[in-house]
Design a protein around this ligand. Structure first.
Ligand code: PXG
Length: 471
């Protein structure tokens, strides 16, 4: 460790004095004090008081191979010693960047033979905006600038990333969205189409499938409203992650693809969370059966051990930019950072060697789904959804009708508090509790995670009962 040894109180005091955290009410956190995480191994974290915590969020949806993987540590150490940095700007390259590009072409769908590196997912989506507009410009259609995204999407926190995202709280600060980015409604069946009737499983399935087509039709309506000759691209996460693990109906993505094809619009898949095995496929677009022209990635490419992101550029776009584009005036100092790329190579090889994607697809995903189906019986649970190793539990006041709790109750935050207190990290998005554990989790560890989750739901139910919130 390169830091000093201090007590929790000392860490918290220094933190409050100097460190402004992302997405945080600074004053409120300074009053409470941060939880200081000091070490990690496999799927567990330890805080500065020595408490052990099961990390069911993989850091922040990124530590796919779990903590402490020696192959990644060795790759970073070796590269730091050999060549800690060189850029790729002035007709130069480094072996790790070249080799990772080659490996990414191997593990991504076949239309992807080229990559543009960034330092994060947000930067990757900035690249997307620049690149899709450049593409249409080179093709002599510079008026095709509009990018269509969705409400409650998350695409990052830079000006372009936050604009592409559909988070109203983010748009409310800093003059967003930037021009030329518009949003349609999200494919969130439970919130937008469930209604208040009790549903049989058959009726629910039919309702979900019909809603998937309807949600996709909002894209076509928006294209027609704007004029197809003005629309450059549609962007979406295969499963909305930060929005609450919203798994779209199976009818949704194929219809989105059909509409993009019909109007010749580029289809962009933001795979920052869904990429590198999370859904039980290498990439989420493969799970949902569509063929994007561009893909953003980050997080799982290095399992978060070191920052790296980028854009996979499909043949349709690459051919135009390479053959006719001339110089593309865009890039970052850390595009293709050799240490980050070396870790990326070690990470992907580990995922391949340990068959992590196959394990999620064949074993762990179905096992988690079985547990979540059982959890659906819990009195607080209105809906469960899983996709590979990501899952959501929607907390409701009335199981039969799906009626929500009053927002001021903040039941999700209360449940999250119980999780923290009981050694489990789970995220709350409103009253939707979500998890995305490392792909190396075992069946026994899934049992342990589910037992913790159940205990926290029971504690939350006891709170709701005691306070009369269920009536
Ligand atoms: N796209 C998607 C789909 C993401 O989930 C980004 C882009 C941006 O990546 P960077 O590396 O710039 O953060 C993300 C990031 C949350 C949470 O609360 C989710 C993310 C980031 C921070 C918080 O669930 N996803």
């Amino acid at each position: 460790m390169n830091t000093t040894q201090r007590s929790t109180q000392e860490w918290q005091a220094a933190d409050a004095a100097h460190y402004l955290h992302p997405f945080t009410d600074f004053k409120s956190l300074a009053g409470k004090g941060s939880r200081v995480i000091t070490k990690a191994e496999n799927i567990y974290l330890w805080d500065s008081d020595g408490a052990k915590i099961l990390d069911a969020m993989s850091g922040l949806w990124c530590v796919n191979v779990g903590y402490g993987q020696q192959a990644l540590i060795d790759a970073a150490t070796k590269q730091l010693t050999t060549l800690p940095f060189y850029n790729s700007f002035f007709q130069t390259a480094t072996p790790p960047a070249i080799e990772l590009a080659e490996l990414l072409a191997e593990v991504t769908p076949p239309q992807f033979q080229h990559v543009f590196f960034s330092g994060s997912g947000s930067e990757g989506n900035d690249t997307i905006v620049r690149m899709v507009r450049r593409y249409w410009d080179v093709l002599g259609q510079p008026e095709r600038t509009v990018i269509i995204s969705r409400n409650n999407a998350y695409h990052g926190s830079t000006m372009a990333g936050a604009s592409l995202g559909g988070m109203s709280g983010m748009h409310a600060q800093g003059g967003l969205p930037i021009p030329g980015i518009v949003h349609i409604e999200q494919p969130f069946w439970f919130e937008l189409a469930r209604g208040t009737e009790a549903l049989s499983p058959e009726a629910e399935k039919a309702s979900r499938d019909a809603f998937g087509l309807k949600a996709a039709s909002w894209l076509e309506a928006k294209i027609l409203e704007i004029g197809a000759d003005k629309v450059a691209a549609f962007i979406g996460e295969p499963v909305q992650g930060a929005g609450g693990v919203i798994v779209p109906p199976d009818t949704y993505w194929p219809e989105i693809q059909r509409i993009c094809d019909k109007y010749n619009i580029l289809l962009v898949s933001d795979e920052v969370i869904c990429g590198f095995g999370r859904t039980g496929h290498w990439f989420g677009c493969e799970r949902f059966g569509y063929t994007p022209d561009l893909m953003t990635f980050a997080k799982g490419v290095t399992s978060g051990y070191i920052p790296l992101g980028g854009v996979m550029v499909g043949k349709r776009v690459a051919d135009v930019l390479i053959e006719q584009g001339g110089e593309f005036n865009h890039g970052y100092t850390y595009s293709g950072h050799p240490v980050a790329c070396a870790v990326g190579i070690a990470n992907i090889k580990l995922i391949q060697r340990e068959h992590l994607v196959e394990n999620v697809h064949d074993d762990l995903g179905p096992y988690l789904a079985k547990h979540f189906t059982a959890l659906a019986e819990h009195p607080l649970v209105g809906e469960v959804q899983t996709c590979g190793l990501m899952a959501a539990v929607q907390l409701v006041k009335d199981k039969a009708t799906g009626a929500p709790f009053a927002p001021e109750v903040e039941l999700g935050m209360l449940c999250r508090g119980h999780c923290f207190g009981n050694g489990l990290i789970m995220r709350a998005v409103g009253d939707r509790m979500i998890i995305a554990p490392p792909l190396v989790i075992t069946r026994a560890q899934i049992d342990e995670m589910m037992a913790l989750m159940r205990r926290c739901l029971d504690l939350t139910l006891a709170d709701a009962t005691r306070n009369g919130w269920l009536r």
